[in-house]
Design a binder for this molecule. Structure first.
Ligand code: CP3
Length: 344
C-alpha cells in the first residue's frame, strides 16, 4: 500500500504547500465545550492524560471540528518529571503544583519505573494513529529540560523563573546533572512515541526567553541538542520541531546548534526575521493568540500578514503560543477558513 501523504511532514522537510497546513498549539482544551464536558467526567486533568480512552477522545475533538492537518497528542510536559518519581497535581485556576526538588534529591531521581508510568501515553499514541484520518500528521511532544526544570524547582509556574535561574547559578553541576537526566529520559520518551506512531515530535521550551546568553546556551541549547542527537540516531527521518518561546535573536543559533528540523515561532518574532529563518528550513507560527480571541479585523490582518511574509516558503500555520480558554469557537473557524482560502 502506498504511504499516505502527510502535508505537515512534507513541509517540515522543506517543501512549500499553498495554502499552508494548519494546527494550533493547545488545540484540545478548555475553549471546547466537548472538552469541558469530558473533563468533568474524568475528574482531574491528570486522569485525562493517563486514561487512553479519554486522551484519545480529547485529541480527536479539534480534528473532528476543524479538520486540522496535524493532531497533537493530548498529555502534558510534566508527565516526564512525574514518571521520574516527582509528585504532580493540577489545581483549578492554579496550574501545576509539585514539591520543589532539593539539591540533595537530584542524584536520586528515579527512572526505574519511567516507561511503566508512561504506558498509558504510549497506548494513546498507538490508538490515535489508528483513529486519525490517514492524511493527518500525528505530533508527539515533550518539554525541553530547562522548561521542565523551572516547574521542578519552583514547584509551580512563575513569571520570570527566578527560582530556577538562581538554582542554576548556585548549583551549576547539580543543575546540569538534573537537566541531563531529564534530557535522556525525554529522548527515550520521544523515541517510544515515534515507535507507537508519532510522525513528528515537538520540543516545548516555553521559558527560553528568561535566560541570559550564556545560560541560554548551556541550559536551553545543550540539553535540547542532546535530545535531538539521541532521537536522530534512532529515527534520522522524523522531523523535530523546536519551540524556544521568547528566544528572540537567539532563534537562529537555536536551530543551528540543536539540530532541530524546524522552528516554532512565538508571536514576538518579527515577520521579517521569520522570513530570514525560513530560508534555512520550515517555520511554524506565529499568530498572537489574542488576535484569535479578538477576532474580526485584528484576526484577519494578523493572518494576512503571516501569509504575505511567509506564505511562499515552508510554513506551518499556527499560533505563537497556545490557544486560551476564552477564545470564541467561531473565531477559530474564521481563522481556519481564511488560511484555507490562502489568506484572502
Ligand atoms: O497542545 C495540545 O493540545 C496538547 C496538549 C498539551 C497540554 N499542555 C495540555 C494542557 C501540551 C502540548 C501542553 C504543554 C505544556 N504544559 C507546556 C508547554 C507549552 C506551553 O503552553 O507553554 C507547559 C509549560 C505545560 C505545563 C502546564 N500544563 C501548565 C502551566 C498548565 C496550566 C495552565 C493552563 O493552561 O491551564 C497546564 C495545564 C494544561 N495542559 C491544560 C491542558 C489542556 C489545562 C488543564 C485543564 O483542563 O484544566
Amino acid at each position: 500500500m502506498e504511504a499516505p501523504r502527510r502535508v505537515v511532514v512534507e513541509v517540515l522537510k522543506g517543501s512549500t504547500a499553498f495554502p499552508p497546513p494548519i494546527w494550533m498549539m493547545r488545540q484540545a482544551g478548555r475553549y471546547l465545550p466537548e472538552y469541558r464536558e469530558l473533563r468533568q467526567k474524568a475528574g482531574s486533568f491528570l486522569d485525562l492524560c493517563y486514561n487512553p480512552d479519554f486522551a484519545v477522545e480529547v485529541t480527536l475533538q479539534p480534528i473532528r471540528r476543524f479538520g486540522f492537518d496535524a493532531s497533537i497528542l493530548f498529555s502534558d510536559i510534566l508527565v516526564v518529571p512525574h514518571a521520574l518519581g516527582r509528585d504532580l497535581r493540577f489545581e483549578e485556576g492554579r496550574g501545576p503544583l509539585m514539591t520543589p526538588i532539593q539539591p540533595d534529591e537530584i542524584a536520586g531521581l528515579d527512572g526505574s519505573r519511567f516507561h511503566d508510568h508512561l504506558v498509558p501515553v504510549y497506548e494513546t499514541v498507538r490508538r490515535l494513529r489508528g483513529a486519525l484520518p490517514p492524511e493527518t500528521t500525528l505530533i508527539g511532544f515533550c518539554g525541553a529540560p530547562w522548561t521542565i526544570a523551572t516547574y521542578m524547582i519552583a514547584g509551580h509556574g512563575t513569571t520570570d523563573q527566578a527560582p530556577a535561574r538562581l538554582f542554576s547559578f548556585q548549583y551549576p553541576d547539580l543543575f546540569e546533572q538534573m537537566l541531563n537526566t531529564v534530557a535522556d529520559h525525554s529522548a527515550e520518551y520521544l523515541i517510544r512515541q515515534i515507535e507507537e506512531g508519532a510522525d513528528v515530535v515537538q520540543i516545548f521550551d516555553s521559558w527560553s526567553g528568561v535566560l541570559d546568553e550564556a545560560s541560554f546556551e548551556r541550559w536551553c541549547v545543550k540539553p535540547v541538542a542532546r535530545i535531538v542527537a539521541k532521537v536522530r540516531a534512532r529515527f534520522p527521518d522524523v522531523p523535530i520541531i523546536g519551540f524556544p518561546k521568547g528566544a528572540g535573536t537567539l532563534y537562529e543559533q537555536y536551530r543551528q546548534k540543536t539540530g532541530v528540523t524546524a522552528l516554532g515561532l512565538d508571536w514576538s518574532v518579527p515577520l521579517s526575521q521569520a522570513a530570514g529563518l525560513q530560508r534555512d528550513g520550515a517555520v511554524q507560527g506565529n499568530l498572537d493568540p489574542m488576535r484569535l480571541v479578538a477576532g474580526g479585523e485584528a484576526l484577519r490582518e494578523g493572518v494576512a500578514a503571516i501569509f504575505q511574509q511567509l506564505g511562499s516558503g515552508p510554513l506551518i500555520f499556527n499560533l505563537g503560543h497556545g490557544i486560551t480558554p476564552q477564545t470564541p469557537i467561531p473565531h477559530v473557524q474564521a481563522m481556519v477558513d481564511q488560511v484555507r482560502a490562502a489568506g484572502a
